[in-house]
Design a protein. Structure first.
Length: 145
């Protein structure tokens, strides 16, 4: 099993099961959140390396949750956020990137695409993965002055 901490943010139970089983096939375990508010709560409890974030969820969308994460967590400890959506519109892709998401995959999720985003995380964050120490799970507020 991989040691990456993965959070799947998805309000649809069937989609949750599909994504977690695909992650298991790739050697990952994941925690679940059903909306953006649960994502923020989970992040305040423990750090996550990767969040697979549905764009459209009740209570708080994935877009709004990503914006909040980018405001509250310093870039060095912020999770790698992957938008997951059924939309293939360029405007949705641009909205995800503008909100601070790092990558984007479309539903239905294909195993090779999921593997690609997990590999992208490992490649782009490999120095942080070796001997990484996260001392606090609370948000590190950015200095806005």
């Amino acid at each position: 099993m991989n040691t990456l901490k993965v959070l799947v943010a998805e309000d649809n139970l069937i989609n949750q099961k599909v994504v977690t089983r695909m992650l298991e096939r790739l050697g990952y375990q994941a925690d679940l959140a059903k909306d953006g508010l649960e994502v923020l709560g989970a992040l305040r409890q423990q750090p996550y390396d990767v969040i697979l974030m549905d764009m459209y969820m009740p209570n708080m969308s994935g877009i709004d949750a990503a914006r909040q994460i980018c405001q509250e967590w310093h870039p060095t400890i912020r999770p790698y956020i992957v938008a997951v959506t059924a939309s293939t519109e360029e405007t949705d892709y641009q909205s995800c990137i503008a909100a601070g998401m790092d990558d984007y995959i479309s539903k239905p999720i294909r195993l090779d695409e999921l593997e690609r985003v997990m590999t992208n995380y490992r490649v782009t964050h490999s120095p942080q993965l070796e001997g990484r120490q996260r001392e606090a799970t609370a948000p590190l507020l950015l200095d806005t002055e």
